[in-house]
Structure formats: structure tokens, C-alpha cells
Design a protein around this ligand. Structure first.
Ligand code: GAR
Length: 196
């Protein structure tokens, strides 16, 4: 079975959703790595016996140093795909040149609302559609090539809680679908491509 590594920083609901839907069935989540020792996702991953590694970014004085440690930890398990699920760190060339097969999910229709508080900014905007994007990771924050998106049309009366709920449910559908399709059909930087 193909192997993935999941990177996360927060509550880890996407991490848990991927584990529940795919782990042990279509792929193996070989490891989950967080930069945040307080992340709620640690407990979630451990509940499914997924090994969790904590690499606290505050222990490193430079981004590159943190990235080197992260790359070394990822390479230990040689994953077919690296999946960022709420991983809130800007990555440097140290990461992107060593790990070309990393994808991220972002809670907006990129290229709109890159960066922090995307959900809030998307809600506050006058756009009539909202959605989520899965993209390849590069050094530009939320700037890598788009792989897939899904969206909904928002009514005039939708409150923030409902908006947030809709965004998360799109994430829970789209991310496993993209991961499955990249691992089966391959794509740039994955090892799932056709052999000649
Ligand atoms: C998700 O909504 C994800 O799209 C977002 O963080 C949340 C993590 O939630 N990621 C970004 O904003 C990346 N720029 P989770 O920890 O419950 O999966």
C-alpha cells in the first residue's frame, strides 16, 4: 500500500477524516508530524495508533533549520505523498527542493484569500461563491499549482457558523478524493505515475 505523511498544527479534523476514510484501506498514514506540542490533532492521531512526531518550531532559530529537521523526519518513512492538513508554517526551499510531492488544503478559492484567516476574509467579502482548494506546495504561501477545488453558492443570510461548517464539509469530501486520485493516477512529484 502507498504511504503518506500528514503535517498538522491545530485541531486535526482533516487529519482524522483522512485517517478514518483511507488509513488501512487505501493507504497507510505512516506518520503524522506537528510543529505544535499543544495541537489537538496529536490526541486524534494517537487514537488510531498513528505515530506522531513533535518538532517544535520554537526550538529553532531559523526556518531553514526547522525545515531540515522536518525533511529528515519525513524521509525516514519515504512517503509517496506528503499531506499538509492545517499545517501553519511557511516552508523554505530546504523543504520544497527535498519534498516535491507535498500538497496542501486551503479554505478559500485560491488565488483569492491566500494566507492567514482565509475563512474569515472569505466570509467578509462580497463574493457569492466560496470554497476550498487543494494545491501543490511551493515556496510561495498558498501559491502552488492548483490540483482541485470545490465550492458552494452562498445565500445572503448565511451566518458565519454555517459558512464555516460548509467549508469544512467541502474539505472533508475533497481532500481524500484528491489524495486517492494522486496515489492511483499519479501526478507531478508523486510516485504513482504510469511506468514506461
Ligand atoms: C482547515 O480549514 C485548513 O483548510 C486550514 O486550516 C484548517 C485546519 O483545521 N488551512 C489553512 O488555512 C492553510 N493555509 P483542522 O486542524 O481541523 O484540520
Amino acid at each position: 500500500m502507498k504511504k503518506i505523511v500528514i503535517l498538522f498544527s491545530g485541531s486535526g479534523t482533516n487529519l482524522e477524516n483522512i485517517i478514518k476514510r483511507l488509513h488501512g484501506k487505501e493507504l497507510i498514514v505512516a506518520k503524522a508530524i506537528t510543529n505544535n506540542p499543544e495541537a489537538g490533532g496529536i490526541e486524534r492521531a494517537r487514537r488510531y495508533n498513528i505515530p506522531v512526531e513533535i518538532i517544535d518550531h520554537r526550538q529553532f532559530s531559523e526556518r531553514e533549520e526547522f525545515d531540515r529537521e522536518l525533511v529528515a523526519s519525513i524521509k525516514e518513512v519515504e512517503p509517496d505523498l506528503v499531506v499538509l492538513a492545517g499545517f501553519m508554517r511557511i516552508l523554505t526551499k530546504v523543504f520544497t527542493s527535498a519534498i516535491p510531492n507535498a500538497i496542501n488544503i486551503h479554505p478559500s478559492l485560491l488565488p483569492c484569500f491566500k494566507g492567514a484567516r482565509a475563512l474569515e476574509r472569505s466570509y467578509a467579502s462580497d463574493m457569492k461563491v466560496a470554497g476550498v482548494t487543494v494545491h501543490w506546495v511551493n515556496e510561495e504561501l498558498d501559491g502552488g499549482e492548483i490540483i482541485d477545488q470545490s465550492c458552494f453558492h452562498r445565500g445572503d443570510t448565511m451566518d458565519f457558523q454555517e459558512f464555516e461548517r460548509r467549508i469544512h464539509s467541502l474539505e472533508y469530501e475533497l481532500y481524500p478524493k484528491v489524495i486517492r486520485s494522486l496515489l492511483t493516477r499519479g501526478g507531478p512529484g508523486t510516485s504513482g505515475g504510469e511506468s514506461q
